[in-house]
Design a protein around this ligand. Sequence first.
Ligand code: ZN
Length: 262
Amino acid sequence: MELSLNSATVRKQWNLAQIVEGCARHGIRGISPWRDQVAYLGLSKSASLIKKHGLTVTGLCRGGFFTAKDWRDDNRRAIEEAHALGAQCLVLVVGGLLPGSKDLILSRKRIEDGIAAILPEARAAGVPLAIEPLHPMQAAERACVNTLEQALDLCDALGEGVGVAVDVYHVWWDPKLEAQIRRAGERILAYHICDWLVPTRDLLNDRGMMGDGVIDLPLVRSWVQRAGYDGFQEVEIFSELDWWRRDPDEVLRVCLERARDA
Ligand code: ZN
């Protein structure tokens, strides 16, 4: 599998222009930028720089947060940006509980309604929406879609134009993972890799480099490939205590080296 770099992996050290140039320098052929970095550089400038270096945009991070106040406009903009960048999908971090609420069922219903509401625009723009199930520890604040099964049930209900982003960090523990990856088939729009460290020191920003943790990456990759996915594997590491503190050229070198065995 070819490697794509999720720009969050070196966001503390480099801006988007530096990240794109770093990818080109290291022979990394894919990139998945975050919207704040795109906004900082400018949308058309970002698009032309990525194009100039011939990088495939494996996803745009992120749309979603359907339980937040301004979800409608924000997702509309995200779809436009994904279209302008030629992104293979818009990654959806769907949002947690409604503000001040304990109603998980209602929150999940709002999320389904929100995706349904933006779907016509996404289809018209040719931007597939990738629902990314997040580890249940993030259900309250970031996403109350927490398993691949749940995400695929949403895809079934919503129809064409919606798929999933499989991120090993969020789904590796799931006893139904193999079966649900098989079920996903061509609805797998993105495959994100990193590793689960033992111990994990921070719930959000202590992801490990491939090979440093306990996820059986070759096994999960074999399932994803058997399901028919032949796109990039995208390395996505948020690491306050380690990789965000290192020389970014070293980070990219290690990503390439470890991805070969992942
Ligand atoms: Zn991810």
